[in-house]
Unconditional design. Structure first.
Length: 441
């Protein structure tokens, strides 16, 4: 007789058992057959090997320093809804293949944001952001990763339905809390001792999320609500909690992010940067006078006030007839070519990353009409910049005909036409943040 898997926690259960020995959940009379141990272990080792080498080095270097250390961590749980029931209909090999494909894609997204995989839970994954590598914006990274995971799953869900006439969905739960770091294994699989219910609450939040949505705790919401739009979920009493919990569903990134640090609505006067601010104003005045481009480089150690200086400059020009657009380079988007220009283009057109393909495509067409630019000539390359070309077969086919050097030249030309059109309407200020993370393209 072969071992079975508990659909609630993923624990291996001896054949013939009526209850899971790990979590106590009742077991149905028939459960999908467990992948053979050697095959499953090969799959898990393969999944863990997806960690990019630069991230492997960071994890390896950071891990010895955090043993026994108390850390704030954001925990993400993803579960494939009713996949165990669906797998009863499928061949065991198909279950193996699709489990691997889904978890592989989810792992790639997690690693893009420098999260780490704590464990695979049969038909789900648990990820940690904040250990062993800590960032000041780990809750934000977690939510961005979660939203990207839902987006990345859509092609797989469509393909699965086309092949089997069946659907699978996922739920994601996220909570921010404290853990004590334990040790790191030789396979880079992290183990932690948990303070309180940090991991359990993330798992419970996953269970109350609707299919293909995310549920986050109040603690995570507190740290990210200036950056994202949320809607509150009904109070829920979940297992292991004595009181109903407050949960929120992230809807989209804010077009204009709010203030993360300090008290909203309160700002201290900027001190000691009058000379730098005057230089920026002088450069702007010269540009308005002679019509020639000026390039200003704002550099300095972390925390000295570079972003604040730019914000103060922005306040000065807000009420002028000047267009002010911003693009940002992020370390976790560096592998994505032209991500900086995609951010800038979205700011110009007033788009959100989280907008649907249809919304972004329609807005792009409307914008090009307003600017009297050639849609036929520009749309394929601008969709390529936005990362939306895969949604349009004819456009993707057209782009694939070019070698990379030619495609890059045509893409740069399309971007140049957009920026020139903007300058013909009004003077333009482009702010490019964190250029040390810019991609090679």
């Amino acid at each position: 007789m072969v071992d079975l898997i508990c659909s609630a926690c993923g624990h291996k259960v001896p054949a013939g058992s009526r209850f899971c020995s790990q979590c106590g959940s009742p077991l149905p009379e028939e459960l999908p057959v467990e992948l053979n141990p050697s095959g499953r272990e090969v799959m898990l080792q393969s999944l863990r090997s997806l960690m990019p080498q630069p991230l492997v080095e960071k994890v390896t270097n950071a891990a010895p320093e955090i043993v026994g250390e108390r850390r704030e961590v954001t925990v993400l749980f993803l579960d494939i809804v009713n996949f165990s029931a669906t797998s009863l209909v499928l061949d065991g090999e198909d279950v193996y293949i699709w489990t691997d494909r889904v978890l592989r894609r989810m792992s790639e997204v997690i690693y893009e944001y420098e999260g780490t995989i704590d464990k695979y839970t049969g038909d789900g994954v648990m990820a940690l952001f904040g250990v062993p590598i800590a960032h000041e914006n780990d809750p934000e990274r977690t939510l961005r990763a979660a939203m990207d995971m839902l987006t990345a799953l859509k092609p797989l869900q469509t393909q699965f339905n086309a092949i089997y006439n069946l659907d699978f969905h996922v739920r994601i739960g996220i909570h921010t809390g404290l853990v004590i770091a334990g040790r790191i294994g030789s396979d880079l699989h992290l183990e932690y001792t948990v303070i309180g219910n940090t991991v359990n609450l993330a798992n419970r939040l996953q269970s109350i999320a609707q299919p293909n949505t995310i549920a986050v705790s109040f603690e995570t919401y507190q740290r990210t609500h200036p950056l994202l739009n949320f809607e509150p979920l009904p109070l829920a009493l979940v297992k292991g909690q004595t009181h109903p919990i407050r949960a929120f569903r992230p809807l989209s990134l804010r077009l204009k992010p709010g203030q993360i640090r300090g008290l909203p609505g309160l700002a201290a006067p900027m001190v000691g940067r009058q000379k730098a601010l005057a230089q920026m104003q002088n450069a702007l005045g010269e540009m308005l006078q002679d019509g020639q481009t000026r390039v200003l480089l704002v550099t300095g150690e972390a925390g000295v006030g570079k972003s604040r200086l730019v914000e103060e400059f922005h306040k000065i020009v807000t009420y002028s007839d000047i267009s002010f657009y911003r693009g940002v380079c992020l370390i976790y988007t560096r592998p994505n070519a032209l991500r900086l220009m995609a951010n800038l283009l979205r700011d110009i057109i007033q788009l959100l990353d989280s907008d649907s393909v249809e919304v972004q495509h329609a807005a792009l067409l409307t914008y090009l009409d307003q600017m009297e630019l050639d849609k036929e000539d520009l749309v394929p390359y601008l969709l390529n910049v936005l990362g939306l070309e895969h949604a349009f077969t004819s456009i993707e086919t057209r782009l694939n005909r070019f070698n990379p050097a030619v495609l890059q030249k045509l893409t740069h030309s399309a971007l140049r036409q957009v920026l020139l059109a903007e300058t013909h309407r009004l003077p333009v200020i482009l702010v490019l943040d964190d250029l040390h993370w810019v991609d090679p393209a």
